[in-house]
Design a protein around this ligand. Structure first.
Ligand code: FAD
Length: 456
């Protein structure tokens, strides 16, 4: 069996490692534009902020290791054409410019995503940078050494993490976003407000509800202009989201409107013998029961693993995702799973919610910490569809517990009555996860906190 893999970061690496284990006789050709595999982009902000000093720690697989296991690693090779009907692809060696055609029996598309780059005038100025791969990370670090004023465009989790890293490095930082709140896709207001407050206390300037219209400067960027103001910038990092890297396969496999490849639960595309995984794909979102574009390393690794298991016959189905994610910004430990209340309403769902703010353990203990937690649930079925948590001490794992609940269609009643241990060192007789679900039941009984779907 000849297997061709396009792209080797998380989805590709997971697919290859598992194929080596499951089908030791498979002949594997891997095509990767970069000169490295398995780069952990999640470490970029920590690398920029100096928390991680050894860049080698940001990789968990290597070209050498795969080559020793018999994989043909075509590094710095860009796949320029792919004829899915003929089971053939063409790759250009980026060092020699030589182009070669390869045949395969099975194709695995793990070509990932690329940052969204709107055609903003001045985007080609020096020091307007992207943040995705290892080369970007090194470029950001190198160029930020000499600069004072840094503007980050996009207040999603990547932008927000970078803002903290730059501020800790002594830069004047401005964060621009077209939405009125930071992190608005992942968290409701009660969870973003404390982070915004900390940003302001740290001297970070928040330029929210405004859109970038141009970058100005001679050779290097000097100013970011929005519809509401102008901001001094020696360095700009664009973090406004990702789009699937799937141009090569357009009109050859079924895709969502944004180009995300549609796969079935066994990671097979609309064409036999063609599989896809990771950021290039849509994934089944358990909160809405619809396919959605949720580019996360967690999804990429799971899907890559499943490609290998299902490569010969469909044996192991994807259970879907809740888009569970965590974030640490200064003293704030934050995590969320599924839908926020606002996202649920935008998805046409009628939901209720429950919010608690409480000490995590009995007041008789010598010290304590407040947990803020929210649960979002479908009003008619009582099915849990989302949860968020924020606290100074780390309780983020609670969100993983609720993620399991969402995956298993759990109701607020089932969660309220789930058996969780009690021990005064760790929690109260009613664990905070039970407590937020009990609050939901109480709201339900009294008819409070009901939110109707909104039309956009
Ligand atoms: C700054 C940052 C922080 C993040 N933090 C987190 C986090 O904390 N938690 C989390 O779960 N996720 C995080 N993510 C998201 C996560 O990194 C992605 O979901 C993950 O990288 C997706 O892996 P992938 O293998 O599907 O695709 P990608 O990482 O996009 O890799 C695709 C690979 O395909 C190669 N390729 C594409 N086209 C071709 C071609 N034509 N020829 C040859 N090679 C090609 C590319 O060079 C690339 O190496 C973060 C992302 C960023 C940028």
């Amino acid at each position: 069996m000849k297997v061709a893999v396009i792209g080797c970061t998380h989805a590709g690496t997971a697919a290859i490692s598992n194929i080596l284990n499951l089908y030791p006789n498979a002949e594997i050709d891997v095509f990767e534009k970069n000169n490295n595999v398995s780069f952990l982009s999640c470490g970029i902000a920590l690398y920029v902020g100096g928390v991680v000093n050894d860049a080698n720690g940001l990789f968990y697989a290597s070209v050498d290791q795969f080559e020793k296991q018999g994989v043909r690693m075509h590094m710095e090779h860009e796949v320029t054409d792919c004829n899915i009907n003929q089971k053939q692809l063409t790759a250009r060696d980026m060092k020699s410019n030589v182009t070669t055609t390869y045949n395969y029996d099975k194709l695995i598309i793990t070509s990932g995503s690329w940052p969204v780059t709107p055609p903003i005038p001045g985007s080609d100025l020096e020091n307007v940078l992207l943040c995705k791969n290892f080369a970007h990370a090194n470029e950001i670090i190198k160029r930020s050494e000499e600069v004072k004023n840094v503007v980050v465009v996009g207040a999603g989790y990547i932008g927000v993490e970078l803002v903290e890293a730059f501020q800790e490095n002594g830069k004047n930082v401005t964060l621009i976003d077209s939405e009125e709140r930071i992190l608005n896709r992942y968290l409701d207001n009660a969870f973003t407000a404390p982070v915004q407050q900390t940003f302001e206390q740290k001297g970070i300037s928040l330029a929210l509800s405004q859109t970038v219209s141009k970058f100005t400067g001679e050779k290097k960027v000097e100013t970011v202009v929005t519809d509401k103001g102008e901001y001094k910038a020696d360095l700009v990092v664009m973090c406004i989201g990702f789009r699937p890297n799937t141009q090569l396969f357009k009109d050859q496999v079924d895709m969502l409107g944004n180009g995300a490849i549609i796969v079935d639960e066994f990671m097979q595309t609309s064409v036999t013998d063609v599989y896809a995984a990771g950021d290039c794909c849509a994934v089944n979102y358990n909160a809405t029961k619809q396919p959605a574009y949720i580019p996360l390393a967690t999804n990429a690794v799971r899907m890559g693993t499943l490609v290998a298991h299902n490569l010969v016959k469909p044996v192991l189905a994807h259970p879907g995702t809740q888009g569970t994610s965590g974030l640490k910004i200064y003293n704030h430990n934050i995590a969320s799973t599924g839908l926020t209340e606002s996202a649920a309403m935008l998805n046409g769902m009628t939901v209720g919610s429950a919010y608690i703010e409480d000490n995590y353990r009995p007041e008789f203990m010598p010290d304590n910490e407040v947990i803020k937690m929210k649960l979002v649930y479908e009003l008619d079925t009582h099915r849990i569809v989302g949860a968020q948590i924020i606290s100074d001490q780390d309780f983020t794992q609670a969100i993983n517990t609720i993620s399991v609940g969402i995956a298993n269609n759990m109701t607020i009643e089932q969660l309220a009555l789930t058996d969780f241990f009690f021990q005064p060192h760790y929690n109260k007789p009613v664990n905070f996860i039970n407590q937020v679900a009990m609050q939901a039941m109480a709201n339900q009984a009294s008819g409070t906190n009901v939110k109707e779907a909104v039309t956009v």
